[in-house]
Design a protein around this ligand. Structure first.
Ligand code: NAP
Length: 247
């Protein structure tokens, strides 16, 4: 399909994008590596951003697409912020990095989000010279054998499990080794993953600062949209006077 000029936006060298997905694979003699950063991102934080940047560097990826899960498969009975809010925060957090892209690919899909379906669709979009790298938390990787169509995932993508230092990989390794499928997994140790979304949510509800834990634009969004039981404090919408002093 011919691309319209307005559909093309130059990102990193040799990378253009259509809609919100990067267009890779133009040169059939070149092998491209597409990183897909999968997570609920409720909210996105600096740990996610550092993990994606490290994966980009260590694995020689061409671009990393952050893909907030639409309706996360294992969280159907948990309260999760809307896909719109999680996508908006992801877009804000990734906007200044030329090789990061935020995608609506999963949030716009009705029904439960299954990674196997996502990867199958991406495989249909990209040419064979584009390899898929699905990046997520090592805890999630440990569960992957229980995911729907785990064998299909093994065939479609390399897996990247991001962990914090000191994290015990034994559970993930046992699960992968004991599985009947040939998963190709790389583990990345990411110090910044001491930060977690639940830690941030707790801090917001207690009226504590998020500075240096997530980009300020994300903090602003959380306060503006009253996410996570935001308490009106000097860190966000101001309680007290214009200087944040409480009476
Ligand atoms: P989760 O169980 O909430 O996360 C498990 C751990 O991994 C948490 O510590 C989490 O920390 C961390 N984590 C999650 N995504 C990460 C990322 N991209 N980079 C670094 N750490 C990450 O996992 P989830 O967010 O629901 O799901 C992760 C991905 O797996 C999503 O793309 C989801 O769609 C997919 N998934 C698919 C199936 C299925 O197809 N059946 C089932 C489950 C999950 P934070 O809370 O700080 O992110």
């Amino acid at each position: 399909m011919a691309l319209q000029e307005h559909e093309i936006e130059r990102l990193a060298e040799g990378v253009v994008r259509r809609g919100d997905l990067p267009l890779l694979g133009r040169d059939p003699k070149v092998t491209y590596r597409l990183g897909i950063m999968g997570g609920t991102f409720d909210p996105i934080h600096n740990g996610h951003l550092v993990a994606a940047e490290q994966a980009f560097d260590d694995l020689g990826l061409d671009v990393v697409v952050f893909m907030p899960a639409g309706r996360p498969a294992f969280k159907l009975n948990k309260k999760v912020s809307s896909g719109e809010d999680r996508y908006a925060m992801t877009l804000l957090a990734t906007s200044d990095n030329p090789h990061f892209v935020a995608s609506r690919f999963e949030v716009d899909r009705p029904g439960v989000t299954y990674t196997a379906d996502t990867l199958e669709m991406l495989r249909g979009i990209y040419a064979d010279n584009v390899e898929l790298y699905f990046i997520t938390g090592a805890d999630a990787i440990a569960d992957i054998v229980r995911w729907r169509d785990a064998g299909r995932i093994a065939r479609l993508a390399h897996l990247v499990g991001a962990t914090r230092p000191g994290y015990d990989l034994a559970r993930a390794e046992r699960a992968i080794e004991g599985s009947p499928y040939q998963f190709d997994v790389t583990y990345l140790e990411v110090p910044a993953l001491a930060i977690s979304s639940s830690y941030l949510r707790g801090r917001v509800s207690r009226g504590q600062s998020l500075r240096y834990l997530t980009p300020d634009a994300v903090t602003g969004y959380i306060h503006k949209h009253n996410l996570y039981g935001v308490r009106q404090t000097r860190y966000g919408s101001v309680e007290g006077d214009a200087y944040g002093r409480r009476s």
